[in-house]
Design a protein around this ligand. Structure first.
Ligand SMILES: *Cc1c(COP(=O)(O)O)cnc(C)c1O
Length: 406
């Protein structure tokens, strides 16, 4: 279980990613999404959103685990992320959710990626490349029902789809939208968005133009608005076991999600400083008495924010200990007084939890985000590639994974 005990060469910091938790979360979310349309056989397809290196969890490993657990689609934000999946051998359909520059149309067609589509320039470029390469370019037309980000307005959709269908090589396979407030307890705005989408779908249906896959739901909607699961649900944050609302203890309607990532480290140095000693740059912390100080080989370049200076906490021996002094680029210090015992001092190499649980204590990504005035999504995305990821499967950590993906 412990990467060092297993003889693996890793830094004295690593993130453990539990792929079983991701699989269990995905299955639970799939069940919830299916509950929204009980009459329908099979239920909506599950799309595992693995953009931004699977929210910092590792795109290739998460994609593999999600497909094995019942997902049939993958989604990324940019073309390069889709190409990386193809180069790793993934053959499942991959949708690029974000902006695709027309200059990347050749790459898209070559690798058989699907893209969001809402601009004629990209439609024309994809069609040209599809014809040139003798391969189809499949697209999901994006409609902006109230997010105000990407997409056509609902009134533009029919004309756009007609035009797109007339382009050789282009296949309009999907139609989708994105909710702005699906994590909000007040569901009225999300329902308005869904009804705008429903209206567009009805109009397309009446003209025989309805694409095969209509989709709208992100994690929050899959959980709280399963009646809008349509043909496919796009599962990101909740698949990683984190709350879509981004805040601690957000209600997930009885759904139990398991956070998949634990960020750990080991002490690189421990010493007792005399009273009046400075700790770290700027001498912003000075010991008032004899104080045991532990140094960790983790810093803001690893994603441990400098804003934790003199205010963060980590878990040592099942207890919270405070960060003292400024967080440096590659290191920071903690005051070990709360756990210091004469005769059993904390030692170099002892394990520390930065994010996750140890004993009965937990530092959640939600609490971390709230303390730093951001959300759990950003917390996990910012754990840098420099931190090796170690993967657990079948209750074990059988594969090195260490050395990571960095
Ligand atoms: C990132 C993203 C998702 C996944 O959102 P979660 O809140 O993480 O489930 C779904 N759809 C689109 C368009 C996205 O960009």
């Amino acid at each position: 279980m412990d990467p060092l005990e297993r003889g693996e060469e890793v830094r004295y910091t690593w993130a453990e990613v539990d792929l079983d938790a991701i699989a269990a979360n995905l299955r639970a979310l799939g069940e919830r999404a299916r509950s929204g349309s009980p009459g329908r056989p099979g239920g909506p397809r599950l799309m595992a959103v693995v953009k931004a290196d699977a929210y910092g969890h590792g795109a290739l490993e998460v994609a593999r685990a999600a497909l094995a657990a019942g997902a049939s689609w993958l989604a990324v934000a940019i073309v390069e992320e889709g190409v990386a999946l193809r180069q790793a051998g993934f053959e499942a359909p991959v949708l690029v959710l974000g902006f695709v520059p027309p200059e990347q149309a050749g790459l898209v067609v070559e690798h058989g990626l699907r893209t969001a589509l809402y601009q004629v320039d990209l439609a024309a470029a994809l069609s040209r490349e599809a014809v040139r390469r003798g391969k189809p370019a499949r697209v999901h037309v994006k409609v902006d029902t109230g997010m105000g980000r990407l997409g056509l307005t609902p009134s533009e959709v029919i004309r756009f789809i007609r035009a797109a269908r007339s382009l050789p090589g282009l296949e309009v396979e999907g139609l989708f939208t994105h909710f702005a407030t699906a994590d909000n307890p007040d569901q009225s705005y999300a329902r308005e968005q869904a009804s705008r989408l429903g209206e567009v779908v009805r109009e397309l249906d009446a003209r025989g133009l309805r694409p095969l896959f209509v989709h709208a739901a992100n994690s929050a909607a899959a959980i709280d608005l399963p009646e809008y699961a349509f043909d496919l649900v796009r599962l990101g944050i909740a698949m990683y076991g984190l709350s879509p609302a981004g805040v601690p203890a957000a209600p997930t309607g009885g759904l139990v999600l398991q956070p998949a990532l634990n960020w750990k480290a080991r002490f690189s140095h421990v010493k007792v400083l005399p009273p009046g000693s400075c700790v770290s740059y700027g001498c912003t912390y000075r010991t008032s008495r004899s104080t045991p100080i532990g140094t960790l080989p983790v810093g803001y370049a690893d994603g441990f924010s400098r804003r934790w200076s003199n205010r963060g906490e980590v878990l040592v021996r099942g207890a919270r200990v405070p960060v003292v002094g400024r967080v440096c680029m590659d290191q920071f210090m903690v005051d070990l007084s709360p756990v210091w015992r004469e005769g059993d001092p904390v030692r170099v190499g002892e394990e520390v939890v930065l994010l996750g649980n140890q004993g009965a204590e937990t530092i959640s990504a939600e609490a971390w985000g709230e303390a730093l005035d951001t959300i759990n999504y950003e917390v996990v995305c910012l754990i840098s590639p420099r931190v090796p990821r170690v993967y657990r499967r079948g209750g074990e950590f059988p594969e090195a994974g260490g050395g990571g993906r960095g």
